[in-house]
Design a protein around this ligand. Structure first.
Ligand SMILES: [Zn+2]
Ligand SMILES: [Zn+2]
Ligand SMILES: [Zn+2]
Length: 253
């Protein structure tokens, strides 16, 4: 399994439009963060986590050739607005794309992309997706086993996903005990952490460090980072914890 972090920025992306702060004007490419997304190269195909706003740019940058499935975390704009880009994969693959996620996420997608689910306007103008609601049971996907990891993002339920030694949990402000249990023994964890200051619906970096140390992965990478966070701050984090950046690749035997 190969995991590519396609985007590690918060909902605005970094740089923020019009911002002149030190991070937004930084020459360090690791301070350029697209909206949050992941490619999962699995034994029997390629899945992506979410269809972020920047999906087209991410697909071109990383030569995304196929999308055999999408795992949605939740229905917020930064995680779904690239859904229309799936049309290219519909054309190439000649099929609708199965899209899994918690029922609330799929309901949000159905509202946001109402045109895609209405009759009429055929001929390539609409993405073709098959919405497949998940409960929290493990399921088989493209030769791998996927374990949903329910967490809270403010009041909203969000699904993280664990695939064996790897877990991706973003847009999180609270992890229930049952989900700490689902993350036990994970080797590499990608965890949402917005910025150093507190936020109502995202872990701050200090809160994410506490969760990461409890989970105890060999390597924890923080994602969904705002422009408050300079990549050079990675060196100030505890051992085994670092800031993710766009394009980071993780390989698993
Ligand atoms: Zn988000
Ligand atoms: Zn800025
Ligand atoms: Zn969100």
């Amino acid at each position: 399994m190969r995991v590519t972090l396609l985007g590690t920025g918060t909902s605005t992306g970094v740089p923020v439009i019009g911002c002149r702060c030190a991070v937004c004007t930084s020459s360090d490419p690791r301070n350029r963060r697209l909206r949050p997304g992941v490619r999962l190269e699995l034994p029997a195909g390629t899945a992506i986590v979410d269809t972020p706003t920047d999906l087209r740019q991410q697909a071109l940058a990383h030569d995304l050739q196929r999308v055999d499935a999408v795992l949605y975390t939740h229905g917020h704009a930064d995680h779904v607005l690239g859904l229309d880009e799936l049309r290219v994969f519909n054309f190439r693959q000649g099929a609708a794309i199965p899209c899994y996620g918690p029922p609330s996420a799929l309901a949000a997608i159905r509202r946001t992309f109402a045109y895609a689910f209405e009759e009429g306007q055929e001929g390539g103008g609409k993405p073709r997706v098959e919405l497949l609601p998940l409960d929290d049971a493990p399921f088989a996907l493209l030769g791998a086993e996927v374990l949903p990891v329910p967490v809270r993002h403010g009041d909203l339920e969000v699904f993280g996903y664990r695939l064996g030694p790897f877990a991706y949990v973003t847009d999180v402000s609270f992890i229930p005990e049952s989900s700490f249990a689902r993350l036990a023994g994970v080797e590499v964890l990608v965890l949402g952490a917005l910025r150093f200051r507190p936020h109502a619906t995202h872990f701050s970096i200090p809160e994410a460090i506490v969760a990461a140390q409890r989970i105890g992965a060999r390597r924890t990478l923080f994602t969904h980072l705002a422009h408050d966070v300079d990549h050079s701050a990675s060196g100030e984090l505890p051992a085994g914890v670092e800031l993710a950046h766009d394009g980071l690749v993780l390989d698993f035997a």
